[in-house]
Ligand binder design. Sequence first.
Ligand code: FAD
Length: 482
Amino acid sequence: MQLHWHRRDLRVADNRGLATAAETGPVAPLFVFDRDVLDHAGAPRVRYLLDALAELRDAYRERGSDLLVARGDPRTVVPAVAAALDAERATWGIDYSGLARERDADVRLALDDAGVAREPVHDAIFHPPGSITTNAGDTYSVYTYFWKKWRDRDKPDPYPEPEADDLADAATLETAAEGFADDEFDVAVGDLPTISDLGFEEPSASVQSAGTEAARERLSAFCADAIYRYADDRDYPTRDATSRLSTDLKFGTIGIREVYAATAAAREGVGGERDESVEEFQSQLAWREFYAHVLREHPNVVTENYKEYEEDIAWRDDAEELAAWKEGKTGYPIVDAGMRQLREEAYMHNRVRMIVASFLTKDLLCDWRHGYAHFREHLADHDTANDNGGWQWAASTGTDAQPYFRIFNPMTQGERYDPDGEYIKRYVPELSDVTANTIHEWHELTDLERERLAPDYPEPIVDHSERRERAISMFEAARGDD
Ligand code: FAD
């Protein structure tokens, strides 16, 4: 018997750990609700997780098996379940975050003590940390060089799905679970908790449909059309030109090889701009791997600046301004639209994420960690490596970050990427009767004009030009410049 511990690989297809276990099956699949992980989660992510697990369980049931579902500390649960099943080996996909690594090191030791072999595998990304390095053997801090190596490396094909014969039958799993009836932790077969059992309220945001089927639909729709417009349109939030696969990739309801293979197929026989557009999309997949490498090498980036400044950055951290940002009431329309999209959909378009993150750090002069914590709570696709990478990029504290003196102007960003104000009006109904031109000049209107046009929409809470100067001075002081 083999035990496969599902974590961020909630699928049966293109799953390297599961396929490895199935080579010498039968495989018993396990998921563990870990309180330490749940303590860092937000309701939208828990919603997606539960829906994805229900689909995963059903995929096993269709194959005559089921999913073992446990609640407890994996350090004790995984070896105990392995023992109950008399499993020879446990497999799982490696997670590169610091918290997971500490936990997994303990699980490995506990399995050793229990005499169970273990085989953690690289599954979530193509090229694991340490496999793409500078000539001196260091992790890249500049993306372009990383990308060139990533692009030129061979990419393996998807791993095969297990057949019914490769899996432990449901009755065997039931017998193993019965042994835990009075234990310090629960182990059940296919019995998923509700969101409130886990201590969360149903999210108010409408979270994207979860699971492999939904992910595959998104992938095939994207590869049939938008992938060829991606390079031109990806920065425009109303053009629906991105894949929307981030939550699926975060939870692993679809495998990276399957995604890449679909993009490679879309690339076949097309030349010129269409070919370049597909490559542009592939380069976003490489950003995801770049940040995974950074996190693996520098686990402290979750709480600390990647880039060292000579002095501390004198962030302002004004509670009222931070609250206005979180609520989407800054009086900067594109910023407010983005922050409201986040609350409504547990998602935000990438260009707008960059704008709101720049606004928080460079206009409100607020520490990026507050923004990261808010995103972590509200994004369904929150991923430690990518979220941190995005925040530290915007805050000019990260790897290959935005230079501190290049500061987005939120009004011109809105004008350029949402020229008709369509995105803004979708999320900021107070501005629905205001023309796009006037929306993009909101900061220049008089109080009287603003009151007449949209009485319920706030005036800008800060003056961008003044804050821009202050941001530059703040960074120069941190750099030790005169
Ligand atoms: P697509 O454009 O279709 O991209 C395809 C995939 O590539 C994405 O699903 C994602 O897995 C990956 N990707 C794309 N852009 C990036 C990037 N800049 N960095 C790393 N991977 C990328 N992405 C997350 O997955 N989780 C996060 O928590 C997250 N937080 C962010 C915070 C900030 C401040 C910023 C600026 C960006 C953040 N991103 C994050 C990156 C990016 O915004 C999202 O991946 C993207 O908007 C998701 O939409 P999509 O799937 O349609 O993207």
